[in-house]
Each structure stands twice: as structure tokens, then as C-alpha cells.
Design a protein around this ligand. Structure first.
Ligand SMILES: Nc1nc2c(ncn2[C@@H]2O[C@H](COP(=O)(O)OP(=O)(O)OP(=O)(O)O)[C@@H](O)[C@H]2O)c(=O)[nH]1
Length: 396
């Protein structure tokens, strides 16, 4: 399983499209999951798409949330279905004796929300990642916009970000330096392996006053001396972190480096089996033993998350705030045609939805309870899950 974690504009969609078509050309058709509820359109098909069962705009409207709160709540609702999703994935990745010619899936590609902070630091993100990783070897691909990481400070901010994700997810990670057709990634590999080279680049930028910017534009804190010594000590601190990473240069545009990326995936898969799996299996066992308690714990985490993310909530307002962070929020017209709410087991029409009242924690809590509780129901009563089945062709 490859989880695609990028910074906005780094080329995540193009990269996904590239590795997807690469696997198709190798006759190893991947299983694709989209976890970004706010993405407008993607240029490839997903087998499971969060947007099939959860209407992000409707979530924002019903619970008076801003864009980030809407993404978080959509992910929370989706996370309540994680056991069913795992069952589905396990079925697709295991040989089926009744269909000896059908090839089981070898790769699962997971596309995460563009706002990676929301995914990585949320309870639902952790639940989804942990559960997926306790069932399949999982590798994180962190996509970096190479031309935009070519100054020492933008490079370092990318490294710190990746470092925080590595320590939060505790999963093997590949740094994908994308757009190598525009800027070669050799400089980054050198900076990660040779401290003197990074020092030299720092000195050169210091002399030209170019901190914080690509080229020589001069960024915030340029020439203060403080930045230089800060970056210096950070690069020393990060040496240990660099040792845990695989680094590849890729051009999603031309396909250059994609073979190396899959070699790194294989390397990390082996690392996963060796170093990560025992701990994850222990967690999985614990999870199964405590299944009853687990739901309460997860509900608690999801609710806590909503309180923490209170800044994303607004009183008595519609969903039209902050479109600069979620491109889909700009599309006002679509509001008019939203008919399918987020209710599981309910009719698609908004009027028929008898969910909790908008914008209160109690309502949301009830909604999560319902969603979590519905895992006890036979799956044919769960319309949202039926949509996954439909989308993935598994119910035929
Ligand atoms: N030259 C070059 N351009 C690329 C490459 N990969 C992506 N791009 C361009 O970078 C821009 C952003 O690419 P996307 O794939 O939309 O990036 P994203 O990370 O999904 O962007 P958001 O949707 O804003 O999060 C587009 O104009 C792409 O054509 C590459 O390898 N080389």
C-alpha cells in the first residue's frame, strides 16, 4: 500500500496518475482509494472514493463547519467504516479459489486530502492509517516540489515537515523529489548525505542574502545570521532522520525515475515486514481483543478532534468561507445540485435525511454513534457501504 502525502501544488495528482498508469502498463492493476472529500475531479478512476458516500459540502452545511472542519468531519465519518473497507481490501488482495485466473491486487494506492495537516494530525487519519497498516505493508510517499525546495530554508522546512509525519505515522517513508525535468534532485541527495555540502550552500546563500527563497530573492530573516545558525543546527539534528528515508527523484511529467520509485517501495516493504510488522500485529491483536471498547475510544477521539478543531467552526454561517484553502468550496453552483446527504442507510434526498440537527456536538456525537453502531448491521442495510461495493464492483 502506498499512501500519497504531498504539500499542495507539489504534483500529487500528476504523480498518482503516473504511478497508476505505470502499474497498468506492467499489468499489475492497482486498487485506488481516494480519501480527499474536497477534491473536485481526479484524472483517474478510484475503486473506493470517499466522495461516493460522504458529501463534503453537505457536511459543512449541516454542521456549520469551515473547509478544514468539513474535511475532518468527512474523514471521521469515513473512518467509522474502516473495518468494512479492510474486509473489502483483504478480499481483493487474496487469491480467490473460485476464480483461479483472477490475479489478486498487488498494490493499493491511497490518495490523501491536499490538506495533509488535517489528515496526519487527526484522529480519523490515525485510525485509517493504523488500521490499513495493521493489515497491509504500508509505505508513505511524501511528494516534494523540487524546484521549490532548492533553497536551504525551503528544503529544510520540507524536511522538518516530512520528519514530523514520519514520527507521527511511524511508517516507512520515501521522499519523492518531483519535477526533476525542471530541477535535478541531486542537490537534495547531496545535502542529505554530506553535511559539508549543505554548509557550503548555506554560506553561498548567506553571502547573497537569499534565505527563504528560490534563486536570490532574499527571504524572511535573510542576512540576520540567526537563520544560518538555525539551519545549521537543524541539519545536524536531522542526520538521524535522513538515515530512515529512501530518496528518489521523479518527473511525474515524463515518467523519469518511476522505476526507481518502485524499487524504493520494494525496499521499504521489506523494511516494513522486518521492523514495523511485529509492533503492528501486536496492535491489531489488541484492537480485536478490545473491539467493544475500541468503538467508544475511537468515538471519544473523533469527538475530541472536533473540539480541538473548533476554530474551523462558525456560528450560523453557510459553507462559503475560506475557498482559498479548498478549491471545491469555490464552486457555488454545485450547492444547488447537492441532493445526497451523508446519512448512511438513508435515502439520497436531503429532505429525507433525519440526522441530528446542524452544528451541535451532541448531534455530531449521535451521528458518529450511528455510524459506528451500523457496523453491527448486515452490510446490505448500509447504503453507504453499498456504494463502495458498487464502485468497486465487488457486489457482482
Ligand atoms: N514540469 C513538471 N510539472 C509538473 C510535474 N508534476 C506536476 N507538475 C505540474 O505541477 C502543477 C501541480 O500539479 P498537480 O498534480 O495538480 O499538483 P497537486 O499537488 O495535486 O496540487 P493541488 O491540487 O494544488 O494539491 C501542475 O501544473 C502540473 O502540471 C513534473 O514532474 N514536472
Amino acid at each position: 500500500m502506498i499512501d500519497n502525502l504531498p504539500r499542495p501544488g507539489s504534483g500529487k495528482t500528476t504523480f498518482m496518475q503516473r504511478i497508476n498508469s505505470h502499474l497498468h502498463s506492467k499489468k499489475s492493476v492497482p486498487y485506488v482509494m481516494n480519501l480527499d472529500p474536497a477534491v473536485h475531479s481526479v484524472p483517474f478512476d478510484s475503486n473506493i472514493d470517499i466522495r461516493d458516500s460522504i458529501n463534503y459540502k453537505e457536511v459543512m452545511r449541516q454542521y456549520n463547519l469551515g473547509p478544514n472542519g468539513g474535511i475532518l468531519t468527512s474523514l471521521n465519518l469515513f473512518a467509522t467504516k474502516v473495518d468494512q473497507i479492510i474486509a473489502l481490501l483483504e478480499k481483493r488482495t487474496t487469491p480467490d479459489p473460485s476464480k483461479p485466473t483472477a490475479k489478486p491486487i498487488e498494490h493499493i494506492l491511497v490518495d490523501t486530502p491536499g490538506q495533509i495537516e488535517v489528515f496526519v494530525w487527526s484522529a480519523s487519519g490515525s485510525i485509517l492509517l493504523e488500521t490499513l497498516a495493521s493489515s497491509f505493508p504500508t509505505v508513505i510517499a511524501y511528494i516534494i516540489d523540487t524546484p521549490r525546495a532548492s533553497s536551504t530554508s525551503t528544503f529544510m522546512s520540507n524536511m522538518l515537515y516530512a520528519c514530523s509525519i514520519l514520527y507521527k505515522t511511524k511508517l516507512p517513508m520515501i521522499l519523492v523529489f518531483n519535477k526533476t525535468d525542471v530541477k535535478d534532485a541531486e542537490f537534495a541527495k547531496e545535502w542529505m548525505t554530506d553535511f559539508d555540502k549543505f554548509q557550503q550552500a548555506l554560506r553561498e546563500e548567506e553571502e547573497s542574502g537569499a534565505f527563504g527563497a528560490e534563486g536570490a530573492a532574499g527571504g524572511f530573516g535573510a542576512g540576520s545570521g540567526y537563520m544560518g545558525s538555525l539551519l545549521n543546527s537543524m541539519s545536524l539534528m536531522l542526520e538521524e532522520f535522513y538515515r530512515h528515508l529512501s530518496v528518489v527523484g521523479v518527473s511525474s511529467m515524463t515518467g523519469d525515475g518511476v522505476d526507481e520509485f518502485f524499487e524504493a517501495v520494494e525496499e521499504k516493504r521489506q523494511e516494513f515486514e522486518r521492523d514495523y510488522k511485529p509492533e503492528l500485529e501486536r496492535k491489531k491483536k489488541e484492537r480485536e481483543e478490545n473491539k467493544a471498547n475500541q468503538r467508544e475510544v475511537e468515538l471519544g477521539k473523533l469527538m475530541k478532534d472536533m473540539n480541538v478543531s473548533g476554530s474551523g467552526r462558525r456560528e450560523g454561517q453557510g459553507p462559503e468561507v475560506g475557498p482559498e484553502t479548498v478549491s471545491e468550496a469555490e464552486d457555488e453552483e454545485e450547492d444547488e445540485i447537492i441532493k445526497r446527504g451523508l446519512a448512511d442507510g438513508e435515502d439520497d434526498s436531503e429532505e429525507d435525511y433525519e440526522g441530528p440537527s446542524a452544528g451541535n456536538d451532541e448531534g455530531l456525537s449521535q451521528r458518529y454513534q450511528q455510524a459506528l453502531g451500523s457496523q453491527d448491521q448486515p452490510s446490505d442495510q448500509d447504503n453507504s457501504f453499498t456504494r463502495y461495493l458498487r464502485a468497486s464492483g465487488m457486489n457482482q
